[in-house]
Design a protein around this ligand. Structure first.
Ligand code: V47
Length: 364
């Protein structure tokens, strides 16, 4: 191992990791640009095992995308549609009720629900979405609405973000997913998602959510026009915020899928790039308890390998993923929990079925 780390020029980084010294952006740059993926993986795995031992988490969850109508129309997104598009849809509250009812016989513990920034649905609709899910499945944890949606809902409600979150909590909201973060760099946002809430705005909503006792996730959309420095800056902002609040649960790197987007000239990310983003995230985000390998985006096979490159969580059964599949994902839209357990076991890890807040529900 010494030779591997010496050949990669990572001896100093290894020493820092062993002594618990925080990595710098320059260290991150060296990790990102290495061609020695095994040395990078070794370091990330060392930290992963220190934080999460041999456990690999998954959850029994269901995704509901209540509407794809969106006024932001980000260039990287194939999901969001203009209100007048033939592909636009919105579910009424009864349709959402039916979606939940359809799966009442399955042991789902989390409903993950996001949508676009809709131009005219009223605030009451969003409260009703939460209430109807709780009516049908009182025990489910609802992880819903990205910080971008929360900011929009506060605008609709004419209330502060904090007061809005309290109302949403009362209606059934349990935590916030990590979407909408994209890359915080104003340059990237100007080019790819000009109308979207700014990076500062996203962080401000996150801070408020954490202050109000809501745990949240964070993502980074990589593999388009962002530079390595812009990725590292993004990670550094998340690390600083986590130092302040401690409210983040998991970080999920999201691999850009170009098909049907306004950036379709780009190629899909490669396996090495995907593993690097997992590994560097594990090493830079030393204060994040969990790093997810989201199998929908990188495929179940690579997500399995990622469990030895820094990731400790495979997300879950998902059931009907839409956002990535609109952008050309060729993965399944759902995985059986038996498949997840097999993938984890064959990676040499111990499968742990968790709830949203990472309480162990069952070990296999
Ligand atoms: O916010 C949009 C991204 C996100 C594309 O919190 C794209 O546990 C790739 O955030 N190619 C939604 N990505 C998904 C998301 C998520 C998924 C799973 C788990 C969690 C969690 C969060 O997907 C969006 C955007 O950043 N996205 N278009 C695309 N073409």
């Amino acid at each position: 191992m010494e030779t591997l780390l010496k050949d990669a020029g990572f001896e100093d980084i290894h020493t820092k990791l062993k002594t618990g010294e925080r990595l710098t952006l320059d260290d991150g740059r060296r990790l990102y640009t290495t061609s020695n993926i095994i040395a990078l993986g070794y370091l990330a795995n060392m930290v992963r095992e220190r934080i999460n031992g041999n456990q690999a988490f998954f959850i029994y969850n269901q995704h509901i995308n209540y509407s794809n109508i969106c006024t932001n129309l980000c260039k990287f997104c194939a999901f969001g549609k203009d209100k007048d598009s033939d592909l636009a849809y919105e579910m009424d509250i009864d349709q959402v009720r039916r979606k939940v009812r359809e799966r009442l016989d399955e042991p789902i513990t989390e409903i993950h629900m996001v949508g676009g920034i809709h131009p005219d649905l009223p605030y009451s609709y969003y409260l009703d979405l939460l209430r109807v899910i709780k009516e049908e499945r009182p025990d489910v944890h609802i992880q819903a609405f990205t910080c971008v949606e929360i900011h929009h809902l506060a605008g609709l409600a004419g209330k502060s973000v904090g007061d809005t979150l309290e109302e949403l909590k009362d209606a059934g909201l349990g935590s916030l997913p990590g979407g909408g973060a994209e890359v915080f760099s104003p340059r990237i946002r100007r080019i790819t998602c000009e109308k979207k809430l700014s990076g500062e705005g996203w962080i401000e909503v996150t801070r408020t959510a954490h202050r109000h006792g809501l745990r949240t996730n964070a993502t980074m959309l990589y593999g388009h026009i962002e530079t390595i420095d812009e990725r590292l800056e993004h990670l550094e902002i998340l690390r600083r915020t986590q130092d302040e609040t401690g409210g983040f649960l998991a970080f999920i790197p999201l691999a850009f899928h170009p098909q049907n987007t306004g950036m379709s000239e780009h190629s899909r990310t490669t396996g090495v790039e995907d593993l690097k983003n997992i590994a560097v995230a594990r090493l830079m985000l030393d204060n994040f308890p969990h790093i997810k390998a989201y199998w929908v985006m990188i495929g179940p096979k690579l997500a399995q390998v990622a469990l030895s490159f820094g990731a400790d969580d495979m997300d879950g059964t998902v059931k009907e993923e839409v956002i990535t599949h609109m952008a050309g994902a060729d993965t399944e839209q759902a995985l059986g929990h038996k498949t997840l357990i097999r993938l984890i076991r064959e990676a040499g890890r111990d499968p742990v079925e968790r709830d949203t807040l990472y309480t162990t529900l069952k070990t296999y």
